[in-house]
Design a protein around this ligand. Structure first.
Ligand code: ADP
Length: 265
C-alpha cells in the first residue's frame, strides 16, 4: 500500500557536494515518475470500477422490476431482451480486457500468417460503409498499395475496426473519414492511417487516450467502454509496431499505425 506521505519524501538539494546533489535530483525525478504512475493507476482502477458497475447496476434494476412489478408478457420480453443486451456489453468488456492482458503478457501471442493488409482495409471499409452512411459521413478508402505482412488477421481487423468506429463516432454528420495505407522510407515501413474531420482531442487528453478505460470528457454521451484504443495499441505492439496520434480540437484526428515492413514482401 503506497500512502501520500510515502510519495512526499523529496530529498532537499543542499548544494554542498555535487555527487550528493546529483543523487538527490535523480531520486526526486524517480519519485515524480512513481507519483505519476500511482496517480494513473488509481484513476484507472476508478474507471474500471465505474465501467463495470454501470451494466451490473442496470441488470440488477431490470431483475428487480421483473420481480416486483408483475409485468405483462410484452414488457417481460422487453426487459429480458435488455438484460441480455447488458450482459453482452459486460461480456464484451471482459473479453476485451482478457485479450489485452493475454496479448500483453505473451500468453496469447498473435497467430501469424500472411495477411493482405490492403484487402483487410477494403473489407473493414465495406463493413463500416452502412454505419457511415447512416450518419451521413463520407467514408473514403484510399488503400491502393498492395501490402502483405505476416500478421494475425482477426487481431489486425479488430484494431482497424476500433479506429474506424471511433472516427465515425467522434465525427458529426457531413464529415469525412479517410483510411489510407502507404509504404514509407527506404525500408518500406507500413503506415496505416485513419483520419477524420471530427471533434479532435485536446492536447492534455492525447497522452491518455490509449490508457485502459480512459474516456474523454466529451465522449460520455457516446457508447463505449474506453478499451478500443487500448486494444488497438496492444495489437500494433504485438506486431512490433506502434500507433501515433495527431489531433486538433475542432478540426479532427489522424491515428497512424506504424508496422515494420514484411520480411518477405
Ligand atoms: P471509447 O471510444 O469507448 O470511449 P477508446 O479507447 O476507443 O474508448 O477511446 C478513448 C477516448 O479517446 C475516447 O473516449 C475519446 O475521448 C477519444 N477518442 C478516440 N478516438 C477519437 C477520435 N477519432 N476523435 C476524437 N476523440 C477520440
Amino acid at each position: 500500500q503506497i500512502s501520500e506521505s510515502d510519495l512526499d519524501t523529496r530529498v532537499p538539494v543542499q548544494h554542498r557536494y555535487a555527487e550528493i546533489d546529483q543523487l538527490a535530483v535523480t531520486f526526486n525525478q524517480m519519485l515524480d515518475r512513481i507519483r505519476r504512475l500511482v496517480t494513473g493507476m488509481r484513476q484507472m482502477n476508478d474507471n474500471i470500477a465505474h465501467d463495470l458497475r454501470s451494466p451490473i447496476t442496470r441488470i440488477r434494476g431490470l431483475a428487480e422490476v421483473t420481480l416486483t412489478h408483475d409485468p405483462d408478457l410484452e414488457s417481460y420480453a422487453r426487459m429480458a431482451a435488455n438484460t441480455i443486451e447488458e450482459c453482452d456489453r459486460l461480456l464484451d468488456m471482459i473479453n476485451t480486457m482478457l485479450t489485452i492482458a493475454r496479448t500483453e503478457s505473451g500468453t496469447a501471442p498473435p497467430v501469424l500468417a500472411p495477411v493482405d493488409l490492403d484487402q483487410l482495409v477494403k473489407v473493414a471499409c465495406d463493413l463500416f460503409q452502412a454505419l457511415a452512411e447512416d450518419k451521413q459521413i463520407a467514408l473514403e478508402c484510399a488503400a491502393g498499395t498492395p501490402c502483405r505482412i505476416d500478421g494475425d488477421g482477426p487481431m489486425l481487423q479488430r484494431m482497424l475496426a476500433n479506429l474506424i468506429d471511433n472516427a465515425i463516432k467522434y465525427t458529426d454528420s457531413g464529415g469525412t473519414v479517410t483510411v489510407d495505407l502507404a509504404l514509407h522510407g527506404p525500408h518500406g515501413e507500413i503506415r496505416l492511417t485513419v483520419t477524420d474531420t471530427g471533434e479532435g482531442i485536446p492536447s492534455e487528453e492525447q497522452p491518455r487516450v490509449f490508457d485502459r478505460f480512459y474516456r474523454g470528457d466529451r465522449s460520455r454521451c457516446h457508447a463505449g467502454a474506453g478499451l478500443g484504443l487500448s486494444l488497438a495499441l496492444t495489437v500494433a505492439q504485438a506486431h512490433g509496431g506502434r500507433i501515433t496520434l495527431e489531433s486538433e480540437p475542432g478540426r479532427g484526428s489522424t491515428f497512424t499505425v506504424h508496422l515494420p515492413p514484411a520480411a518477405n514482401p
